[in-house]
Design a protein around this ligand. Structure first.
Ligand code: NAD
Length: 468
């Protein structure tokens, strides 16, 4: 199948590379000339496992890069629109990029094509896309608009795309559904997974990939509702963590007890500094507005956002409680990306915390395995960049763990303690066992668990600095 993917970001580039690996001929279109030049030169603009491998496998063969949208549309049976839908100031999804692609592609619909929304968009967007294409003179018989929301997670995007929990196809025409079914056939038939050069199968893969066919509007809603539900799970456990802190319970024990209920499940029950990234914050906000426009006040979504914001403030209070004043304090920060495994810093809670600490006069030395270049573009020289976790920790008043990179969960604690000026670790991701930290002589604060002092005595058990 000949496919065009418009947008070469985290979704478009991964989708394009994966479609090529599934055997399709793909042209990825972008209007960012720097990105295109880098991609054509063999560079990989984002940090994502297996992506370099797929790009080098297919670049120049089954995978082309271009700025010619109309040319790409003419040669393709399906056009996946994967451009950004960032939030506007009022929180709605900015659909101007989607609209401009719809307008531009109209002139090139010279035979039957399916225009597929891959971007996350509010319900009713497909109707607007259809209207725009018609308004620009396209024959209604020559195209359909479908929705195929993307559920990949940055950090495991390639694996998520090729081994999805489900593929959702929202179509209001049988013909469009058939085109999309054919595109995903290598995954839904299981044929892809039999290949010796297939990307390795992750632990929890559903094979062959299940496909769910719905109306277009239902598919659009599935994406917003899924992200809102996942954000709700995170905010829920963060709220439970706050109660744990008040009463001296351990949220990891509570989460285990909740998550083993098969109706609830253990995933997304890790407390921390709140969700971030380019999806959850904007999608919860956009969904809230869409619901209101449709006549429903979805107040639960307000609370999800409120708890999320509060979680960062609670962490900042924790830092102040551990260090007293922050002006002039040298803080080591491990992790700047919004989560482990990615270089994406959009709406990163780690970055928001760093910015708040800078405002309070702290001096920050940070290390992140993948995101430092992007942070340099935002924060410039207002922080110092280290080459390793230990270099960041050297001489610091305390160490803050802000992103759950695997390497941060496996630090040499003896060495870390030696590097730090004061052996204080404030962990926003619960990467360590408090007892292990205190056994290493580290005063350790985490989320929803009692703080631990070096001799293993929880802080709550001390009165006026003495054992109660
Ligand atoms: N990032 C994720 O984890 C993720 C997951 C699922 C869904 N989504 C959704 O997918 C969409 C894309 O997200 P992303 O993270 O890949 O965004 P991104 O900002 O990384 O990439 C968007 C790309 O589109 C290009 N673009 C914009 N206008 C264009 C035009 N008119 N013609 C050609 N190219 C154009 C931009 O140059 C950019 O390269 C969003 O709606 C997002 O909500 C993202």
């Amino acid at each position: 199948m000949r496919i065009a993917v418009v947008g070469s970001g985290y979704v478009g580039l991964v989708a394009g590379a994966c479609f090529a690996d599934m055997g399709h001929d793909v042209v990825v279109v972008d209007n960012d000339q720097n990105k295109l030049a880098a991609l054509k030169n063999g560079q990989v603009p984002i940090h994502e496992n297996f992506l370099p491998e797929l790009l080098s496998r297919h670049r120049g063969q089954r995978l082309q890069f271009s700025d010619d949208l109309q040319g790409a549309v003419r040669q393709s049976a399906a056009i996946f629109v994967a451009v950004g839908t960032p939030p506007t100031e009022s929180g709605e999804a900015d659909l101007s990029y989607v609209e401009s692609v719809a307008r531009e592609l109209s002139g090139a619909v010279d035979g039957y094509k399916v225009v597929v929304e891959k971007s996350t968009v509010p319900v009713y967007t497909s109707e607007w896309v259809r209207k725009i294409i018609l308004r620009n003179g396209t024959d209604p018989e020559k195209f359909d608009v479908a929705s195929n929301p993307e559920f990949l997670r940055e950090g495991s995007a390639v694996t998520d795309f090729l081994f999805p929990d489900r593929i959702v196809i929202g179509c209001d025409s049988h013909r469009a559904a058939e085109v999309l079914r054919e595109i995903y056939l290598p995954l839904t038939s299981g044929q892809y997974y039999e290949r010796v050069d297939a990307i390795p199968q992750p632990d929890r893969a559903s094979i062959p990939a299940p496909i769910i066919v719905t109306s277009t509007k239902s598919a659009e809603l599935i994406k917003h509702a899924s992200n809102a539900f996942l954000a709700m799970k995170i905010s829920f456990i963060n709220a439970v963590a706050s109660v744990c802190e008040s009463v001296g319970a351990d949220v990891s024990q509570v989460a285990h007890g909740i998550g083993t209920d098969s109706r609830i499940g253990p995933r997304f029950l890790s407390p921390g500094i709140g969700y971030g990234g380019s999806c959850f914050p904007k999608d919860v906000m956009a969904f809230r507005i869409v619901a209101r426009e449709c006549g429903y006040e979805f107040r639960l979504l307000d609370e999800i956002m409120h708890i999320n914001e509060d979680q960062r403030q609670r962490f900042l209070r924790k830092v102040r409680n551990a260090l007293w004043t922050l002006r002039g304090k040298r803080l080591a920060v491990l992790g700047l990306a919004f989560k482990g495994g990615t270089d994406d810093i959009r709406e990163s809670p780690a970055l928001l915390i760093v910015q708040a600490l800078l405002q309070e006069g702290s001096k920050i030395t940070a290390y992140d395995p993948a995101a430092m270049e992007r942070v340099r573009e935002t924060l410039g020289s207002s922080i110092t960049y280290a080459n390793s976790a230990y270099e960041a920790a050297h001489g610091a008043d305390a160490l803050l763990l802000l992103t759950e990179w695997e390497e941060f969960a496996n630090l040499d604690l003896k060495r870390l303690r030696q590097e730090l000026k004061y052996a204080i670790v404030i962990d926003g991701r619960n990467l360590y066992d408090p007892e292990v930290m205190s056994a290493h002589g580290i005063t350790y604060y985490s989320v929803g668990r009692p703080a631990c002092l070096p001799d293993g005595v929880p802080a709550a058990a001390l009165k006026n600095g003495k054992k109660a």
